[in-house]
Write a protein that binds this ligand. Sequence first.
Ligand code: NAP
Length: 283
Amino acid sequence: MTAQLIDGTALARAIRDEVARRLLAPPLRGIKPGLAVILVGDDAASQVYVRNKIKACHEAGLFSRFDKFDATLTEAELLARIEALNADPRVHGILVQMPLPRHIDARRVISTIAVHKDVDGFSVHSAGELASGLSGFRPCTPAGCMKLIESTGLNLRGKHAVVVGRSNTVGKPMAFLLLQADATVTICHSQTPDLGLHTRLADVLVVAVGRQDTVRADMVKRGAVVIDVGMNRNPAGKLCGDVDFAGVAKVASAITPVPGGVGPMTIAMLLVNTVQAAERSLQ
Ligand code: NAP
């Protein structure tokens, strides 16, 4: 079997075009949804992520504002900036790029963002809404993974989904989204003995670990749908995922590439959440 390539770049483009169309129709016609992006420090990867997010906002017709601070910024100063953005009616969504410098408590920062502007979906409030099956902002990467799975035509009801990784930003929300879609869900992590024992049972396998070649062909069931969230650099400096793409593509029915899979979808879903925040502000 040679797997179908799940093209995240193309799907993200379609979602971004849809976002642009939503801005031209009621209820948003004439209102520019606004996203505020805050970056603290000089982390090279974060600078690239932030640049891409702002570029995507402009291309889709959203308003964005960017605050770049030195790593010496105090926590109190950052919280004050967020409070000001909470009160700014032009700003519908606030994103603080992680990681933050060590002297700043990321939890406190996230919980200072107004609940109705938490477009990253990282707050305890948003996590509680997701876990309780209530509507609210879904974290962008898992939400994008769900769209990628949907695009294969697979109906998740009754399927066995295995998530490798249990971070608050990817693995856990991913598991809840799959559960909501009526999949039977297993979550694996660093303390799971014999990872392959679980992954081989998966109809849908989502891997979010941050280590190259965590999942190889002999760990995947024939015909599985495989979503690779990982973003790593191989020894040659090339971007790669957590899944041995060449090997697994021979076994899976569909697979996301890295790059060009989950990454573009994360940004597209951020735009969707920001538009949703703006629509809600009108209600
Ligand atoms: P994270 O917070 O470091 O979490 C990694 C998870 O993997 C943890 O739950 C850890 O288990 C688990 N893990 C580590 N080694 C393992 C092993 N050998 N077997 C099974 N599980 C193992 O990372 P993250 O933020 O979730 O991100 C994961 C990857 O996705 C990274 O490469 C990141 O760059 C990428 N990512 C990509 C996007 C995108 O838009 N494409 C977005 C977000 C993240 P423990 O909990 O037991 O430590």
